[in-house]
Design a binder for this molecule. Structure first.
Ligand code: BDP
Length: 331
């Protein structure tokens, strides 16, 4: 990221923080600022737009909010800090890069922890979601609803991945969290944590050979243009959170809180439907564009290699062990 941009971003944080302070004291009702990494057509963006449109409509413009799409407010690790401080008011975050801030959320970044997407829904809409929301609240974040991000699989510019050995020596971009570095290393590859916005260039220039993500992100970022092999390993299912600055949330009346929660959760129901449609459509689109897709036959081989990742996670954050047991106890 160029230095000039970083400086501007720092200046912006100060200005946003000042606005947050004013509204917290009730002297001004500023438009809420929302952070989003995705392009406007993405299901997450559409869910957020519906949420903000409805918020304004249902309060006759008393509460207004605007989402800045396409990551223009910076990378996710920075945005998590801004949301905690009140520099931004709401966001949809993938829980992957949330782990360094809220260790309990690391549970959903453990490879193969959920059996499938429906299993993750049952967990997130129940006791697991509640436990993670409590942990996030301790860090100044109010979790309003859980969005979908499907399952993540490997893709690269070199070859199809069928077995862990196919990843040996491969340079793979991961999201910002040591668990993902451990995951790639356990499979024999070299992990590079990197911001989402930098992955396209890095794939194009060979700084990395591959990355891992779901079909909609693989498509919307154009990564499929520079990484022609997509191997369905589904090693990670990581939910996303529509969340708010906790102080902002606490400053709302009980009535407004109920409305915000209702709209956030309705937006998640919609986003999950859009997710399923866009997941299928993105897969078709990348196949049509010439991407070679293979289904990993022996996922158990990848799963078996993951014990060091679980060990590392439990050693650093013992509170993860009961959370894994909780997930496993959910049908
Ligand atoms: C996408 C998530 C987004 C992440 C991105 C990534 O929706 O929040 O930033 O992956 O890999 O699937 O960084």
């Amino acid at each position: 990221m160029p230095l000039a941009w970083s400086r501007r971003a720092v200046g912006g944080v100060a200005v946003f923080a000042a606005l947050g302070f004013l509204t917290a004291t009730g002297t001004a009702q500023a438009e809420w600022r929302g952070w989003n990494i995705h392009v406007p057509e993405y299901s997450v963006s559409q869910g957020m737009d519906w949420f903000t449109d409805e918020l304004a409509a249902r309060t006759d413009g008393r509460l207004t909010a605007r989402t800045f799409h396409s990551g223009v407010l910076g990378s996710q690790p920075d945005a998590i800090e801004q949301l905690r401080l009140g520099g931004i008011d709401f966001a949809v975050f993938n829980l992957g890069p949330m782990g360094p801030v809220v260790p309990e959320t690391n549970v959903v970044s453990l490879p193969f922890v959920f059996r499938d997407l429906e299993h993750s829904h049952r967990a997130m809409d129940g006791a697991l979601g509640e436990a993670l929301a409590e942990a996030m609240a301790r860090e100044g974040l109010k979790a309003l609803a859980w969005y979908d991000s499907g399952s993540r699989s490997f893709y690269n510019s070199q070859r199809p991945i069928n077995t862990p050995a196919d990843l040996r020596g491969m340079k793979v971009r991961v999201m910002n969290n040591d668990l993902f570095v451990g995951m790639i290393e356990a499979l024999g590859g070299n992990a590079t944590p990197m911001a989402f916005s930098e992955v396209y260039q890095s794939l194009r220039t060979g700084v990395v050979d591959g990355a891992e993500n779901n079909f909609p992100s693989f498509q919307s970022t154009g990564h499929f243009e520079v990484a022609g092999y997509y191997s369905i390993s589904e090693h990670l299912i990581i939910p996303e959170c529509l969340c708010m600055n906790l102080r902002r949330w606490n400053s709302l009346s009980a009535e407004d809180q109920a409305l915000v929660l209702e709209l956030a959760q309705a937006s998640a129901v919609m986003q999950r439907e859009l997710w399923a449609e866009s997941d299928a459509a993105a897969m078709e689109a990348v196949i049509a564009a010439g991407v070679r897709i293979n289904e990993v036959e022996d996922k158990a081989a990848f799963q078996a290699a993951m014990s060091p990742v679980y060990e590392m996670a439990f050693q650093r954050n013992p509170e993860l062990e009961p959370l894994v047991e909780l997930i496993q106890s959910i049908e």
